[in-house]
Design a protein around this ligand. Structure first.
Ligand code: 3HC
Length: 491
């Protein structure tokens, strides 16, 4: 087994500087290279700030921080990498740049040095082919923020020499990370599943299904994710996100991977997310989101009529909260507890403008669905009602899946397809999403919790509404439901 003691990192942007910090924290000697002096200083600043933050949170002492920074040599030339046992490249996602760099690294590094790319989605095989040592070129894909996220995808190719991927996986473990070994496919496991979801969130925003803040809140409070999709797109960077989508689209030719126009537009305008101070959200100098105005706190007043499945239990909940109920024909606000289209309940109501849909998601969120007939006053009254029940309201349009299911189910469907293709095991897919993105559960675990039949039926409804071919239930999911199987993971 190879012992990596000196490692190089080329490119000290957000990811490269984070990777350099991770190596230095694990006791390795690190040579961080940036050709441009200003970028080199930014990289140094990044490591200083990140370790400084750990000191202020009591995670590191000043002395430990000095030791960590002391292990990193900030260098301006690739020639300094001659002694490195392993070099990780973290430069922009431009194939031409990567190929030129690897040709150069191949010339300058010792013959036994392993060359690794932190590419998000570009083909590792094509990068390896530019060197005279394709068997010693792998992907070593970290997740942002690199010091925090516990996953490393180790990407081997058809020409990787025996033992190289194993050694890099062992190194990842030494860094305190969990390696998942995968083959060379666009997006690997995580980005392949994540970017389709993020891009679809941008498409829902663009179609006016819900607002930025409502979609972010829905996925945080409703699906338990650490960040909403727009906050996460801003963290990844809108330029990087757009590039990954482009690469995925080239491979899949699936419209859900074609970058949403809003993503292209923001990226083209230089609104790249956190790193430029503004993307979907705006950030202050310390990188914190600058929130919009807080919702008004006026309590709901009036009577509520309840329709649909579970109406009785919900009416009882309203009564417990001190809300007066009335028949749907007389109530000031009518809520329908049913899937889209909610508007079907409008027929026969004397005041269809008083109707909203209400979809409870988990314990914390209620999607408040406006139909084509709902008046703005009704939607606002429903939001106040929901807040009064201690729930987060998510305002959305009357579309299949509303917000949470519309985003979660296609992502789960993609995970079932990935599993069925044999690319990764159920355990690896779940672990990758938990450790790479901080999800509370992996997609196949979430599928079990939702129920295979519910997921399949939800996907059918989504497909009927949006007509996206990839929203049609994965054949495996369909077959398992037919066979009465209750878990993909137990197969
Ligand atoms: N650098 C270093 N450390 C950081 C950090 C950063 N940029 N941001 C947060 N941290 C640390 C904090 O210091 C804190 O450490 P501590 O627990 O030791 O005190 C810890 O992370 C938690 O931070 P906060 O309390 O400030 O904030 P949150 O609890 O809100 O967590 C988060 C922030 C870790 C970013 C969390 O929101 C999260 O897990 N988000 C999901 C991120 C994600 O999905 N990443 C993957 C993106 S895909 C990718 O990178 C692939 C690429 O190819 C595109």
């Amino acid at each position: 087994m190879a012992a990596y003691e000196t490692v190089g990192v080329v490119g000290l942007g957000t990811m490269g500087a984070g990777i350099a910090e991770v190596f230095a924290r694990a006791g390795l000697a690190v040579i961080g290279v940036e050709a441009d002096p200003a970028a080199l200083e930014r990289g140094r600043g990044h490591v200083q700030r990140s370790t400084g933050r750990a000191v202020s949170r009591g995670r590191l002492t000043e002395a430990e921080r000095d030791e960590i920074i002391g292990r990193v040599t900030f260098a301006g030339s690739l020639e300094d990498l001659h002694e490195a046992d392993l070099v990780v490249e973290a430069i922009p996602e431009v194939m031409g740049l990567k190929r030129a760099l690897f040709t150069e690294l191949d010339r300058l590094c010792k013959p036994e040095t392993v060359l690794a790319t932190n590419t998000s989605s570009l083909p590792v095989t094509a990068i390896a082919a530019t060197t005279g040592r394709p068997g010693r070129v792998v992907g070593m894909h970290f997740f942002n923020p690199a010091p925090v996220m516990r996953l490393v995808e180790v990407v081997g190719t058809v020409v990787t020499e025996d033992g190289v991927a194993e050694d890099v996986a062992a190194l990842a473990r030494r860094l305190g990370k969990t390696p998942v070994r995968v083959g060379d496919r666009a997006g690997f496991v995580v980005n392949r599943l994540l970017l389709g979801y993020l891009n679809h969130a941008a498409a829902l925003l663009e179609r006016g299904v819900a607002s930025r803040d409502d979609i972010d809140a829905a996925m945080r409070a409703g699906a338990g994710l650490p960040m909403g999709p727009f906050a996460l797109l801003d963290l990844i960077g809108l330029d990087t996100s757009r590039e990954i989508c482009e690469v995925l689209f080239q491979e899949t030719r699936d419209r859900v991977h074609a970058p949403a126009p809003i993503l292209r537009e923001l990226a083209a305008a230089g609104l790249l997310g956190r790193k430029s101070g503004r993307g979907f959200h705006a950030y202050d100098g310390a990188g914190r989101d600058t929130p919009g105005t807080a919702p008004g706190g006026e309590p709901f007043a009036g009577t509520v009529g309840v329709l649909g499945e579970g109406a009785e239990a919900f009416a009882a909940r309203l009564a417990d909260a001190g809300v007066a109920t009335a028949g749907p024909r007389d109530a000031g606000l009518v809520v329908a507890l049913s899937p889209a289209p909610v508007v079907q309940h409008a027929a026969g109501l004397p005041h269809p403008e008083r109707l909203v849909g209400l979809h409870l998601v988990g314990e914390e969120v209620a999607e408040v669905v406006s139909t084509a007939l709902t008046s703005p006053g009704t939607a606002e009254a429903a939001r106040r009602l929901v807040r009064g029940l201690g729930l987060t309201p998510v305002a959305c349009a009357d579309r299949a899946g509303f917000v949470v299911d519309a985003l979660l189910l296609p992502y789960i469907n993609d995970a079932v397809r990935m599993y069925d293709s044999g690319y990764a095991s159920a355990e690896d897919i779940d672990a990758a999403m938990r450790l790479g993105c901080g999800y509370p559960a992996g997609p196949l675990e979430t599928l079990d919790a939702i129920g295979l039949r519910n997921a399949r039926d939800g996907l059918r409804a989504l497909y009927d509404e949006y007509r996206e071919p990839s929203f049609a239930p994965a054949p495996l999911l369909d077959r398992l439901v037919t066979a009465g199987v209750t878990s993909v993971r137990s197969r």
